[in-house]
Design a protein around this ligand. Structure first.
Ligand code: FES
Ligand code: FES
Length: 253
């Protein structure tokens, strides 16, 4: 089976629907055209600049061998560096667990967390380091993990949103910020929430009783596309009160 299959196709255009053009308006009498390539669902678009399908299939066929030139040792030459990528060993304590891996020096910490450790609670929401969805704590400081290389975190202690709750306790083991975001409806799609919670945690640790303005200033590096921020501010105020040990306060609407 190839990406494409040959069969005749009937094409109708808007001209076939327009009376007075010499073409009957009903589809049955519309002109038929035959094409020799019909894309199957999921296939790449057919166009002047697309890879010819037969060539694409030919290059990918295992029975045809590699499309790349062979090296003296028989392995295909695929990279500019025949020796392959250099790797560096890193040791990072993540959510209380010691981890140790060999990584490429260019690997970002957020990708180490997500792709190497499988801790996908930390999100990637942009490629410009401005959304804050990837916020974690590194040695107690809240940082955007897409701005840090994994090798820079070597020897560090990293805390992510996945380490906040006690998994054994269920909802009773949630962090006050997690509970407050839930109760104050501080999320909609939830994509920004891991970063919001970790940034808020750092904010409250630095300032246990932040004003609304201080919360808005403190979270300016975290973007939410859904909530309009009002309920996020309420959630942070509520969590801060609980973490201070105050009785539950009614936050302003
Ligand atoms: S993914 Fe890090 S700031 Fe957006
Ligand atoms: S809840 Fe959707 S981006 Fe913030």
């Amino acid at each position: 089976m190839t990406f494409y299959e040959r069969s005749p196709v009937t094409v109708h255009t808007v001209r076939a629907l327009t009376p007075g053009e010499g073409v009957a308006p009903d589809a049955s009498s519309a002109p038929e055209h035959e094409t020799n390539v019909r894309p199957v669902v999921g296939s790449p678009p057919v166009g002047r600049w697309s890879v010819p399908p037969r060539r694409l299939v030919h290059r990918m066929s295992p029975s045809e061998g590699s499309a790349f030139p062979e090296r003296a040792d028989g392995r295909p030459e695929r990279t500019a560096d025949p020796g392959g990528p250099r790797v560096t060993k890193v040791e990072i304590t993540v959510d209380g667990t010691s981890t140790e891996h060999e990584v490429e020096p260019r690997l970002l910490l957020v990708h180490y967390l997500r792709d190497v450790l499988g801790r996908t609670g930390t999100n990637v929401g942009c490629d410009t380091s401005n959304c804050g969805a990837c916020t974690i704590h590194m040695d107690g400081q809240s940082v955007k993990s897409c701005t840090v290389l994994a090798v820079q975190a070597d020897g560090s202690t990293v805390d992510t949103v996945e380490g906040l709750a006690d998994p054994v306790e269920g909802e009773a083991g949630w962090h006050p910020l997690q509970r407050a975001f839930h109760e104050e409806h501080g999320l909609q799609c939830g994509y920004c929430t891991p970063g919001m919670i970790m940034a808020s945690k750092g904010l409250i640790e630095d300032n246990p009783d932040p004003s609304e303005k201080e919360i808005r200033d403190g979270l300016e590096g975290n973007l939410c596309r859904c909530t309009g921020y009002q309920n996020i501010v309420k959630a942070v105020q509520s969590a801060a009160a609980e973490m201070r040990g105050d009785t539950k306060v009614e936050v302003e609407a």
